[in-house]
Design a protein around this ligand. Structure first.
Ligand code: PNS
Length: 157
């Protein structure tokens, strides 16, 4: 039984995240999507809202379970028995920070596997989606339709 941990803020989940989660399901028996609950950050969506959206968006993926965590991701991986952290790598701009975290996490006992982002989604990020919606721009096709509705309800003009 192999288990992947896909950690992130998911504020909100995008089609880029979902692409990485779906591809992880082809590589691992179980995929735990782990939403960071960081009391010092002020996310747009509450932890429950972020987890609800992820559950809805991954309901067709049998291996996926959605959880939340606080503190070190390696500690959470230890608790759930994850074999690896899986993350998407979008562009060179991600590289330095992701490399730093992967090396530190490896030192603390959990390896990271990177999936090259689908070229359709390399420019996507949750913060870009929030910005564009708050300025009245279109993001259909970049997040699930029900996520777009929730974003528009919170931020839309
Ligand atoms: O979606 P994000 O915000 O890019 O995800 C970042 C995340 C949650 C994966 C990263 O911040 C993280 O793993 N945080 C948990 C705290 C931790 O373990 N920090 C040390 C990493 S070396």
């Amino acid at each position: 039984m192999t288990t992947a941990c896909c950690p992130g803020s998911f504020d909100p989940v995008t089609n880029g995240h979902l692409d990485v989660i779906e591809r992880s399901c082809r590589l691992f028996d179980e995929v735990i999507v782990a939403v960071l609950e960081n009391p010092s950050k002020r996310p747009l969506f509450t932890i429950e809202e972020r987890m609800d959206m992820l559950r809805e968006a991954t309901s067709h993926l049998e291996p996926v379970k959605v959880s939340s965590f606080q503190g070190l991701v390696v500690e959470f991986c230890r608790q759930i028995g994850a074999d690896a952290i899986v993350k998407g790598l979008r562009a060179v701009t991600d590289f330095d920070y992701e490399m730093q975290m992967a090396q530190m996490n490896a030192r603390m006992g959990t390896e990271t596997m990177f999936l090259a982002a689908n070229p359709e989604y390399t420019y996507l990020s949750s913060s870009l989606m929030r910005d564009v919606v708050s300025l009245g721009g279109p993001i259909d096709g970049l997040v699930p339709d029900f996520v777009l509705k929730r974003l528009t309800a919170k931020l839309g003009k």
